[in-house]
Design a protein around this ligand. Structure first.
Ligand code: NAD
Length: 494
């Protein structure tokens, strides 16, 4: 990676962002725009169209028309595959531009953004492009005078609502399988991270995706997101974001057409360190990176560190040592390990959690403050709080910031009980040399993903999704296709 290329892209002015409806860039019906504040310096980067209900309805109508005339679903699978593969190539050839634009908008450190954003998004689109002609219908084992066929059909119009932490990666997790199965999509990026995702949508059109098959409307969740949720013409809603919004989407569905709703929500994931972990130095390094990268704005972040009491002090010291070496600062510098917090609102929220944690008896071992104020950007020190009891706010609520809650435990049963003591169930890890214990903990901790002697690793071949209030669907892997398919039975008398 080349710092000078990043710096050249950083200096580029960013044009005002319009909606993308029916293959065209269009302004909001009433002309309104919203300022985009860069978390790097708090300055206005550009504006985005501040969508109205009418804009969302027009995008949905365009997607419905495109689905009904089968301009995408009706194409031969090989033709659809070609478009999606070309799209993946274009994402890859524009990777640096996409990554820098995204960082200026959402604050992720550039090293991580390049890998996790365009790099991952291109891989995801390619994976589903390759999968689309390997999804077969079925013949049921019926009585012999009947042929029972099970067709797999696209569902129709998919509404996809995306958060700000990894817009391209998470966007591709929804767009890849939805488009591969022949659906039309209306996309709603997050207010504070629309720009790179909108550019990725433009690239889909450059790759040959027909107009209307993928529309994108920017603006406030409470306005355009709600209009999508309440639409009678959206068949499936797929969402990544907070539990509060997830709940609303279920209500919107119940109040409108009972559309299917798939939620990927937050977590309070336990990273469990036993004294017999194979390498405590490695465990400490991974624990620090597992909570502090992207300033903790990672849904699967290992935000609760559960440490066997006999090694508690030694292990906390190791994690703090690693964290001290992680440079916080300019997200567009390749030297930076921890970038900016996405917004001043999120930063205030993080600091509020730290205050509450100390009021409830937690001890701050390091961090706890806003830093680099002179830049105007939203930066926070990596923060470690020990003595967090399992019922404390910091152990129960997702911060979505660089704040690690540390709790000591005595026994394996204790560790599992504490790990399971939140409403969430997204991810977790166990570090041990005891194979049987590793399997027991993986089985007994209620999450969608568990790691053993590592944290956070995964690729597109395995599903990601939560249990409990962490969600109800899966992104990634072939399992994700199920969300975008209807099963239809054809019962044929022979
Ligand atoms: P959020 O719920 O506020 O916003 C997410 C999206 O929902 C945005 O596009 C927003 O505009 C939209 N939205 C907001 N209100 C809406 C409404 N009333 N109707 C329809 N749409 C609405 O969440 P956020 O703050 O952007 O993202 C952070 C959250 O996302 C964290 O809780 C994090 O854990 C979670 N997350 C989960 C995963 C996962 O895979 N499970 C991944 C990333 C982030």
């Amino acid at each position: 990676m080349d710092q000078s290329k990043i710096d050249a892209l950083r200096a580029r002015p960013v044009s005002p962002q319009l909606h993308l409806i029916d293959g065209k860039q269009v302004p909001t019906s009433d002309g309104a725009t919203m300022d985009v504040l860069s978390p790097l310096d708090g300055q206005v980067l550009t504006t985005i169209a501040k969508g109205t209900t009418a804009d969302m309805e027009s995008a949905i109508a365009s997607a419905r028309a495109a689905f009904d005339d089968r301009r995408w679903a009706g194409q031969p699978p090989a033709a659809r595959k070609k478009v999606l593969l070309k799209w993946a190539d274009l994402i890859e050839s524009n990777a640096l531009e996409l990554a820098v634009l995204g960082v200026r908008d959402n604050g992720t450190e550039i090293g991580m953004a390049i890998k996790a954003e365009p790099g991952s998004a291109a891989g995801t689109i390619r994976y589903y492009a390759e999968a689309l002609d390997k999804v077969y219908g079925e013949i049921a084992p019926t009585q012999s005078d009947v042929l029972g066929l099970i067709h797999k059909e696209p569902v129709g119009v998919v509404g996809a609502i995306i958060p700000w932490n990894f817009p391209l990666m998470i966007g591709a997790w929804k767009l890849g399988p939805a488009l591969a199965m022949g659906n039309s999509v209306v996309l709603k990026p997050a207010e504070t991270a629309s720009l790179s995702l909108m550019r990725m949508v433009e690239l889909a059109h450059e790759a040959g995706l027909p107009s209307g098959v993928l529309n994108a409307v920017t603006g406030e969740g409470a306005v355009v997101g709600e209009a999508m949720g309440l639409s009678m013409d959206v068949d499936v809603l797929v969402f990544t974001g907070s539990g509060g919004t997830g709940r609303r989407l279920m209500e919107y569905s119940a109040r409108s057409n009972m559309k299917r709703v798939y939620l990927e929500l937050g977590g309070k994931s336990p990273n469990i360190i036993f004294a017999d972990a194979p390498d405590l130095d490695e465990a400490a390094k991974v624990a620090a990176h597992g909570i502090f990268r992207n300033a903790g704005q990672v849904c699967v972040a290992g935000s609760r560190l559960l440490i066997e009491a006999s090694i508690h002090d030694e292990f906390v010291a190791k994690v703090a040592e690693v964290a001290k070496g992680m440079q916080v600062g300019d997200p567009l510098s390749l030297k930076t390990a921890i970038g900016a917090v996405n917004s001043d609102r999120q930063l205030d929220q993080n600091l509020g959690f730290v205050k509450t944690a100390t009021a409830e008896g937690g001890q701050i071992i390091m961090g706890g403050n806003r830093i680099l104020r002179e830049t105007g950007g939203y930066f926070m020190e990596p923060t470690i709080v020990t003595g967090v009891t399992p019922d404390a706010t910091l152990a129960q609520k997702e911060v979505f910031g660089p704040v690690l809650a540390v709790t000591a435990f005595e026994t394996e049963e204790d560790a599992i009980r504490i790990a399971n003591s939140t409403v969430y169930g997204l991810a977790g890890a166990v570090w041990t040399s005891n194979l049987s214990r590793a399997h027991r903990v993986v089985r007994d901790v209620r999450t969608g993903v568990m790691h053993v002697n590592t944290y956070g690793g995964a690729d597109g071949t395995v599903p990601l999704g939560g249990v409990g209030q962490s969600g109800n669907g899966h992104d990634k892997s072939l399992h994700a296709l199920e969300k975008y398919i209807n099963l239809k039975t054809a019962w044929i008398k022979l």
